[in-house]
Write a protein that binds this ligand. Structure first.
Ligand code: MG
Length: 216
């Protein structure tokens, strides 16, 4: 059972929603663009890597990519949530990696198949510790970055998301419904690339989050 902790609160992880493209420059580097509505896919809860564990490199892929993302934890159930009240459903924030077997995803795209294996394999979703929503009253004004072995490889101004957090909560809650314990990986900025055994991946969000993971 996958659980997360936000201060003293324990939440059982329910659904893991991921936004496929939410920063213009990343959509462009993938040869794509951003449409009028979000593109959302799911990871199984078994994709979650235990907090702090080394990042696995599965033997059936030769190209695991990092995608650093802001992750939103949902604190209560909701359907048809409007933009105005959307942020009251947020329990907390973390950073995470939407790890992607890019070679496998490329074949799936070519064949019109789902991304489930390339995006949802065991260990493909990492999380830092969560900070409570109250600690981040204006998430649209923060930035985060991923460093690999001390070099910044991805940097995001959250305010540059095509669909902001309130818009994502409204859209997902209308189409799918939201459940206490749901996670939303809100999309990655440009700069995605391969990871390799032994690398140190450091995720930093302003002065609130600073955690390093090692690639196994
Ligand atoms: Mg992603």
């Amino acid at each position: 059972m996958a659980t997360i902790h936000i201060d003293s609160r324990e939440l059982r992880v329910a659904n893991i929603f991921c936004v496929a493209r939410n920063y213009v420059a990343h959509a462009a580097e993938m040869g794509s663009s951003i449409g009028p509505e979000p593109v959302v896919f799911l990871k199984p809860t078994s994709a979650l890597l235990p907090h702090g564990a080394p990042i696995p490199l599965p033997g059936w892929s030769s190209d695991i990519h990092h995608e650093a993302e802001l992750v939103v934890a949902i604190g209560r159930d909701g359907r048809n949530i409007d933009r105005a009240s959307a942020m009251s459903y947020v329990a907390g924030y973390a950073l995470g990696l939407d790890l992607t077997a890019r070679d496998v995803q490329r074949v799936a795209k070519q064949n019109g198949q789902p991304w489930t294996l390339s995006k949802g394999y065991a260990g493909s979703a990492t999380l830092t510790a969560f900070v409570p929503a109250e600690a981040l009253p204006r998430p649209g004004e923060v930035s985060f970055r991923l460093e690999i072995d001390g070099e910044t490889r991805q940097h995001a101004e959250v305010g540059q998301m095509a669909f902001d957090i309130a818009a994502l909560i409204a859209w997902i809650s209308e189409r799918f419904g939201l459940t206490e314990g749901d996670l939303i990986y809100t999309g990655t900025p440009e700069g995605v690339g391969s990871i390799h055994s032994g690398q140190q991946l450091r995720l930093v969000l302003d002065d609130l989050i600073d955690e390093t993971l090692r690639v196994a």
